[in-house]
Design a protein. Structure first.
Length: 445
């Protein structure tokens, strides 16, 4: 087939999608059927669909076929933070906030302004953070079941920066990293930027399929395991003690570093011990205070094996030099005076209230989530189209996320994630009722 004719076929199908002649969710002909219809080779038909997929106009699903995407859904939806209209309810990102947090900030700023330490906050800081600040974080970690040496703690500009510098310091392009088949989109962004080879691990109700993880580690040179054992995003699981023990055993046997993301762990009361508490020599523990305090306060931290601290410190220097001292000083004051502990208790209660509301308003739908989580996963029937549902909700001024940003495997499940922490309860209730109506009309009928 001449190149010009091949391109004309791509352009013709693309035009049909963009003008609506091919509606979102329509199943396109099989590769063989398209080849027969157009008089082209099957390999050329495959190339046509591959180019349309690269243009984000179609999606291919293993065993089901090729479908027209709903192009009203932004390409980066769920990974790239999109602007949400002022009259829209944002159920795509979490900004959990509590009444009175602004007053706390005003009071803390007054205290810092009148302290004798203010001049020192205007200077360059140690790359890993001031010793008094890493000591505050070490004390905070004891409440999470971790006995930490302050010399192994490094302060970062939020947990996302912590993930980036961990990858930068410990991994190289092409390294194999085991991840859950559904995982945190922010780690996918980091992995793509550093050209890592992500290997998806199937999931169970309680965590990753450890048989599959063990097989992977025995057959490929896995350099790291990225995991969220305490309140997984987006599925909300808390990995049992026995599975944590086995995961550590697999890592010790085969050698990969464990990257433990604990960004939402504070929402779980009395969880099993973190992996970093049991295996501190092979685990980088990544967390932060943006979720438990406020998302605009970008303070995160790493607890790292001694062998990795120097490399991590160089990565912090290369990317940001140091975390802004004023922000860190504010946060560490709240760590030491119990404010953070109080805020975390309040947010656990708030999340439980919101989860109860979801289960009330979406009763009968197959919800997946932890009872004190700020997000809920809603699987859809196999013949439903999550992008179409998302676009319909967007037209009703409700923003949700499909499974695509979370997916690391070849198969993207039809599902949506509902983030619950960014709106007031009355608006959340109203939005959930709309979600139910649209889901029942579009997906469950």
């Amino acid at each position: 087939m001449a190149a010009s004719r091949y391109k004309k076929l791509v352009d013709a199908i693309a035009a049909d999608i963009r003008t609506g002649r091919l509606a979102p969710g329509v199943r396109l002909p099989t590769h063989r059927a398209l080849a027969a219809r157009e008089g082209i080779a099957v390999v050329t038909a495959t190339r046509v669909y591959a180019e349309l997929e690269a243009m984000r106009l179609v999606s291919r699903e293993q065993g089901r076929g090729t479908f027209v995407r709903d192009i009203a859904v932004p390409a980066g939806h769920g990974i790239v933070q999109q602007a949400v209209a002022t009259d829209a309810v944002d159920l795509s990102f979490n900004y959990p906030s509590l009444p009175g947090q602004a007053d706390l900030l005003r009071q803390a700023l007054r205290e810092v302004a009148t302290s004798g330490d203010l001049d020192s906050l205007l200077r360059y800081q140690p790359h890993r953070g001031r010793p008094q600040d890493t000591a505050s974080i070490a004390r905070h970690l004891t409440r999470r079941g971790i006995t930490a040496d302050a010399d192994q703690i490094l302060i970062t500009n939020g947990a996302q920066h912590g993930l980036a510098v961990t990858v930068m310091a410990t991994l190289s392009a092409g390294d194999v990293v085991a991840v859950d088949a559904l995982t945190y989109p922010g780690f996918k962004v980091v992995a793509h930027a550093f050209h890592l080879d992500l290997e998806p691990i199937p999931t169970t109700a309680d965590g990753p399929d450890l048989d599959a993880l063990e097989t992977l580690c025995a057959t490929r040179p896995v350099r790291a395991i990225y995991t969220m054992p305490t309140l997984h995003n987006p599925l909300g699981w808390v990995m049992p003690d026995t599975d944590r023990t086995r995961l550590i055993r697999i890592a010790r046997q085969h050698g990969p570093l464990i990257i433990e993301d604990a960004s939402y762990a504070y929402l779980v009361e009395d969880p099993p011990p973190p992996l970093a508490a049991t295996a501190p020599d092979i685990t980088v523990y990544v967390s932060g205070l943006s979720k438990s305090i406020a998302t605009g306060l970008r303070v995160g931290f790493l607890l790292a094996p001694p062998s990795t601290v120097a490399s991590l410190e160089r990565a912090i220097r290369a990317t940001t030099w140091n975390t802004p001292a004023l922000t860190t000083a504010l946060v560490c004051r709240w760590l030491d005076d119990g404010t953070v502990n109080h805020l975390e208790e309040q947010k656990r209660d708030d999340a439980r209230t919101r989860q109860a509301l979801v289960r009330e308003e979406l009763a009968g739908l197959p919800l997946i989530g932890h009872p004190s989580s700020y997000f809920t996963w809603l699987p859809l029937p196999d013949d439903a189209r999550a992008d179409r549902l998302t676009a319909t909700l967007a037209r009703r001024h409700i923003s949700v996320t499909t499974a695509e940003p979370f997916t690391t495997s070849a198969h993207t499940p039809q599902a949506i994630r509902l983030a619950l922490g960014s709106t007031d309860l009355d608006s959340l209730r109203s939005a959930l009722r709309t979600v139910r109506r649209v889901a029942v009309e579009d997906a469950y009928t």
